[in-house]
Design a protein around this ligand. Structure first.
Ligand code: RM4
Ligand code: MN
Ligand code: MN
Length: 424
């Protein structure tokens, strides 16, 4: 199914008066509203192909109906999101869950919906049917050279798929690690992993990046071979200039100061990509901004300030991706909420008065520094974000439009109530 522009325009028309009032007020409270709107319009967040169906936990999975049954349908779903919010103009694919059997056709379809291919993801954390060797004891870290080789070859294959679609990056997330003390020689595991990553790195096209994603625990619970940003940075530094760290918000030990991590990685020119989600306990993969919106704002603040300090292009120089999974929500509604939360945090981060904050810091005025940050965080920027969408042809209220148009019901009519998407 595809949304017709006139349907969006019709709904916008009904809400226009109210929006105008709110927007005029909000814009009048901000010195750089037009600049913020231009930046918001350029900013795109990639949707994960593995999160378009109902997510599950290890205890169960509850289908939602109308799930996309193949890559074409997944692209159509992201097309729906992008049409509504104009900020979801990219998709990140996971292989082998989403192998493009006809790359030309898939590329065409993506172009039709205005979508680009963000980072390709490899999967050496599950055994696939027909696979020769098992990843039970790891992939790139494995004691058996044959398993390591198999994992390397899989990554090379993922790069090939990515090349055929016009992607420009590979994300390597490894579940490698150990569950019990004594199981692994940490140095050997690191060296084997580095050796494998070097071979993958050697196959990267000139204009590609590789993102090394870390995670503190799960599925291994004693050690992870890429367990934190220090280890990721070590691999990325040893690999070379095309290698970067990827920060997934849910992959830290409790209470980690993620904004500080982001700031230092940017300082080193080693922050490459981002996986947005939210969490209360672990890698909960909840809707962005649903649990800790202030933390999200603080992270965005460091991203904006750090990117500005290096003269980086906000929209293009980092890989912005969502990595979430939904077991009780309609995934498309959840993704609309996530993108909205990202845009709000970004807009608020753009509002911070840099010069005033700098001055407060220099004079050790702790109170004022806090006031400046919280003033931005507490400003309502919803109408500014909506205005950016309106100007780009999107819906003033994407979630409301999704519901009014009964999109899930239409998807169920098209695909059936029991379709099942590949992914988490
Ligand atoms: C991991 C990690 C990766 C994602 C997989 C599916 O926890 O976040 O980014 O590819 O899940
Ligand atoms: Mn992730
Ligand atoms: Mn994760």
């Amino acid at each position: 199914m595809e949304i017709q522009q006139f349907r969006i325009d019709e709904l916008n028309h009904l809400q226009l008066d109210k929006h105008k009032k709110r927007f005029d007020y909000e814009a009048s409270m901000v010195v750089n509203a037009e600049d913020i709107i231009a930046k918001l319009m350029a900013f795109q967040v990639a949707i994960p192909s593995w999160a378009l169906g109902a997510g599950g936990t290890r205890f169960g999975r509850f289908s939602i109906g109308g799930e996309p049954g193949n890559l074409e349908e997944k692209i159509a779903d992201v097309g729906i999101l992008h049409k509504l919010n104009t900020s979801s103009g990219a998709i990140s694919l996971h292989i082998p869950w989403d192998i493009p059997s006809d790359a030309q056709k898939i590329k065409e379809l993506a172009r039709h919906h205005g979508l680009k291919f963000d980072a390709m993801n490899s999967n050496t954390f599950q055994d696939q049917s027909g696979q020769t060797l098992s990843y039970k004891f790891g992939s790139l870290q494995h004691t058996d050279k044959g398993v390591r080789q198999q994992a390397i070859e899989h990554n090379l294959q993922v790069i090939e798929y990515g090349k055929s679609l016009g992607s420009k990056s590979l994300t390597v997330w490894l579940s490698d690690g150990s569950n019990f003390p004594g199981q692994l020689n940490f140095r050997k595991a690191f060296q084997n992993t580095l050796d494998g990553l070097e071979q993958i790195y050697a196959a990267l096209p000139e204009d590609w990046k590789v993102f090394v994603e870390y995670k503190a625990f799960e599925p291994n619970f004693y050690s992870m071979t890429v367990g934190d940003w220090g280890q990721s940075l070590l691999y990325a530094s040893k690999l070379g200039t095309k290698a970067y760290t990827l920060v997934d918000l849910g992959h830290h030990l409790p209470n980690a100061n993620i904004e500080q991590i982001v700031s230092l990685l940017l300082m080193e020119g080693k922050l490459g990509g981002f996986h947005f989600n939210d969490s209360k306990y672990g890698d909960d993969d909840l809707t962005v901004g649903s649990i800790r919106p202030y933390q999200l704002f603080l992270i965005f603040r460091e991203l904006v300030e750090g990117m500005n300090a290096r003269g980086m292009n906000h929209a293009q120089d980092l890989g912005w991706m969502i990595d979430a999974s939904h077991n009780i929500k309609d995934p498309l509604e959840d993704l609309l909420q996530s993108v909205e939360a990202i845009m709000l945090a970004y807009a608020q981060a753009l509002m911070v008065d840099d010069a005033a904050l700098d001055a407060a810091r220099e004079s050790n005025d702790v109170v004022l520094a806090q006031e400046i940050l919280q003033a931005a965080f507490r400003t309502d920027v919803r109408a500014i974000v909506a205005e950016a969408r309106l100007r780009a042809g999107g819906a003033l209220d994407p979630l409301g439009a999704y519901r009014t148009m009964q999109i899930r019901q239409q998807l169920i009519n098209e695909r059936g109530a029991v379709s099942r998407a590949t992914g988490l």
